[in-house]
Design a protein around this ligand. Sequence first.
Ligand code: NCD
Length: 316
Amino acid sequence: MLNTKLLDSAIKIFKGTSLLSIDQLTRAKLDVLYALTDDIVANPTDFLHVADGKIMSAIFYEPSTRTSSSFLSAMQRLGGGTIPITGVEFSSVSKGETLEDTITTLSCYSDIVVLRHPEPGTAQRATKASQVPLINAGDGVGEHPTQALLDGYTIQKNLGKLDAITVTMVGDLKHGRTVHSLSRLLSNYKDVKVNYVSPQSLRMPKQLMSQLSSSGLSQTEHTDLGSVIAETDALYVTRVQQERFKDDKDYQAVKGIYTITPKLLKKAREKMIVMHPLPRVDEISTDVDSDPRAVYFDQVKNGMYVRMALLSAVVG
Ligand code: NCD
């Protein structure tokens, strides 16, 4: 039986609202969404008709495997229909149509629009042109709020909490929108310590760090992973974002700089989890996949469930 109480509280909070930045969400709202996600994981068939008759358009101006397919799968598992546009070159975008006109058009056909775009701030721009709620599925180096939702859910599920934990983020913290959104999400919780491990050229943006310190998040920067691995509860590994570099020489200088191996994990806690938003290139050796601490494919699955929760709350 569908737990309508949980769904109703989620609908009360999210119905008709766009999700552009993780900053829109408070801890109380996250709690409701995560409780609904738990319910979907436990009773997925109860949700088969929650989005009957609703349609989601998903337009991706940048490559995607997980985010696009999990949104499509999520909507279909709720009984809704989908309009997927992943090859924008085959849409009127290639005829020179503006983002605004494209989004207005899609919003005429659908009840919700999911958008990924290479320029930061595009989701904000697009939401003005949309007649229906819009979800930011990644805006360049800006944010990726639904990834942070699934990352937070995965941490809570595996560590049992989001308070009083140490999260180490490693890799391309300058261009990685997933770490920008995840650290914003973590700032809602108590006694969270975040270690940022990156080469000098790929440090976390200063402006974001100062915004997060004013909200009470404890943050420190490092270049060496070895110095913080032993105190880490969640190790969040990211890909060096080759497509964001203007000069390939700069990419070549930092590519492959950190690789997680079984040898490195010997220094880590037995209960630490290894996370990655994926796709990975060479940051995590495939030998790590069989380590029970590796949860990156759990993140993939959780992404679908968290998106089911969000979609059912926004259009349910
Ligand atoms: C990430 C992204 O697109 O920002 N992938 C994802 O959505 N799971 C990470 C990446 O591309 O490196």
